[in-house]
Write a protein that binds this ligand. Sequence first.
Ligand code: CMC
Length: 373
Amino acid sequence: MSEELYRPGLEGIIAGETEVSTVEQDSLAYRGYRIEGLAEHASFEEVAYLLLEGELPTAPQLADFRKRLDQHRAIQPEIVETVRMIPKSVGGMDVLRTGVSMAGHFDVAKGDERPALVERAIHALAVVPSIIAARLRLLDGKEPIDPKPGLSHAAQFLYMAFGKAPSELEEKLLNLTLVLYAEHEFNASAFAARVCASTLSDLYSAMVTGIATLKGPLHGGANEEAMKLISRFKSGDEAKAWTEEGIKNKAKIMGFGHRVYKNGDHRARILEPLMADLARERNQQAKLDVYFAIKNTVFDRKQIHMNVDYPCGLTYYLMGLPIDIYTPLFVASRVSGWAAHYIEQYTNNRIIRPRSRYVGPALRDYISVSERG
Ligand code: CMC
């Protein structure tokens, strides 16, 4: 190699070009639209359309997109049976990985032109909430519920999971987290999905790659870990003492830090006030005290900001959702970003194949087994 460029974790390396989103210290934008505006006004369906098609939909385009999502929501009985057979102890992300892989066996489009890729993306988006809801109900000894056409993406999940229409507030909050989680440039799971796409593998395989990568606690798995941490403490003082000790011992505090953002995560700033309102409305001041005690201590001692997973964990908890589905709900949203990246890579492709720097033993000759000491 003539010029060798190496940074651990690929920090700061430009690994490709994208039109899907930009992540900067002072802004996050999906296809040029600032996250603040999308979070305030847009439905998740509008955002998913924007990511997949490049523009916000007109009213007829949005109605058609919603209809196509509804057409794909019902999952095949084979998928339900597969999910039923998975041991109860298996985590939600592992179940979802299997469920989406299985859904790929019921491909909804022919060929590899852009419209077929978009149709598969809509299918993947539609089935994820259905699989999460089916698993929740099966774990609870109940049968899955058929989707109800016409509900929003957020309301549809809550309906299928709990069998009743959600309150306006619950639908609004879930919609907001879906909008915030939808896309984030070359994060680990999107990059992994693009590597998969660059081999010209199929869209479902790339979604499974994304799920497998998002699962880890350094990535999407952090929203579950952050909530588990908050749940450990009864008071802010207890949480503060633990956090101080943890930082002294170089513990990683989940829901804090980010590879790109060094002055704070735009998404966390948007979500936090609504989460705090919800906590007060639900008389959960003690949880809020713990939340702020950890957050303030991490910042005072390490100057590290929270990322979106920190307020999101507590938001889902306050909505009464079980912890095991927090990262799967991240998937329910991020499928839109992964699919946009998949299509961008697949339709303008060069295989992603970097080099490594070899640091192993120098060249040596083979020694037969009998001669090895
Ligand atoms: N708790 C304690 N210390 C931390 C944390 C943390 N959460 N994050 C970073 N640091 C420290 C790190 O140990 C290092 O300290 P030192 O210089 O003393 O060794 C310093 O801050 C610089 O961090 P880094 O390790 O260079 O950061 P990175 O870019 O390699 O890793 C990260 C980024 C997000 C993986 C990391 O901050 C982390 O592990 N955070 C906890 C997991 C988490 O919340 N992940 C969610 C990421 S954002 C949304 C998503 O993808 O879901």
